[in-house]
Design a protein around this ligand. Structure first.
Ligand SMILES: [Zn+2]
Length: 242
């Protein structure tokens, strides 16, 4: 038999419950924190990836332009060579053919020049996009780091608070029968951190709102045992009666 009355023990369990509900809620919050951070990090990494793609695109525009500039140089050389050959040609037919060849090369050259000009426009546009994305990445990084710091601070505070509460709960459990305590803790784990609830004024369970039978109410008032709700299995007590 416990040294102190069941009524006193229930009073103690009610006090313990106040501590435990806070611990329970803090633990839930603590579990959610890493997911929130991961989500922020993902957003930031995505922007970084987009920036990298744009920078890659910018580089590839430059590479293509270099190639086009080489092609242009080749065409210019071909034209110089063809113009030199022109002077040595003997017949009209050969001359006309060479002129036509030069015209063809010139036409190719114009197309290449056009492409080079377009590539300057393209790199200007991509470069503007890169700058815009850089600002975005910087902002997101700042936001991410600030939230990370804040979250780490919050986690530390919550862990500290849990430690304080754990030590309070140890003191609060002194004097409660071990069997009662085990029962209470088992319900606590299975019922969302709420194991003992008051009977509400209209005679219903403060946990699941089902009616508490008059027999149960009598049993609660007798203070000889822990009385559980038939529906949600939480321990019941009457607020003015403990
Ligand atoms: Zn209930």
């Amino acid at each position: 038999m416990p040294d102190i009355s069941v009524r006193d023990q229930i009073r103690k369990i009610v006090e313990l419950q106040k501590i435990d509900v806070e611990i329970y809620n803090l633990r839930i919050e603590l579990q959610e924190k890493p997911a929130r951070l991961a989500q922020l990090k993902e957003g930031f990494e995505r922007s970084k990836g987009a920036l990298k793609d744009l920078e890659q695109k910018f580089k590839s525009v430059q590479v293509t332009r270099k190639e086009k500039e080489l092609e242009l140089k080749t065409k210019e050389d071909e034209i110089t060579r063809a113009n030199a050959q022109l002077l040595q040609l003997k017949t009209n037919k050969e001359y006309t053919a060479k002129i036509s060849e030069i015209e063809h090369i010139n036409a190719d050259k114009s197309i290449i020049e056009e492409k080079i000009l377009m590539s300057y426009d393209e790199s200007d546009a991509v470069s503007a996009e890169v700058e815009k994305e850089k600002v975005k990445v910087e902002e997101e990084e700042k936001k991410y780091l600030a939230e990370k710091k804040q979250t780490e601070g919050d986690i530390k505070l919550m862990e500290d608070r849990i430690r304080v509460l754990e030590s309070q709960r140890k003191q609060a459990s002194v004097g409660i029968d071990q069997g009662f305590l085990n029962r209470y803790e088992r319900i606590l784990r299975h019922k969302g951190g709420v194991a003992i609830v008051p009977v509400l004024h209209e005679g219903s369970c403060g946990g699941c709102y089902m009616n508490v039978t008059p027999q149960k109410l009598n049993a609660i008032r007798m203070h000889q045992e822990l009385v559980e709700c038939e529906m949600c299995s939480r321990i019941l007590y009457i607020e003015d009666d403990v």
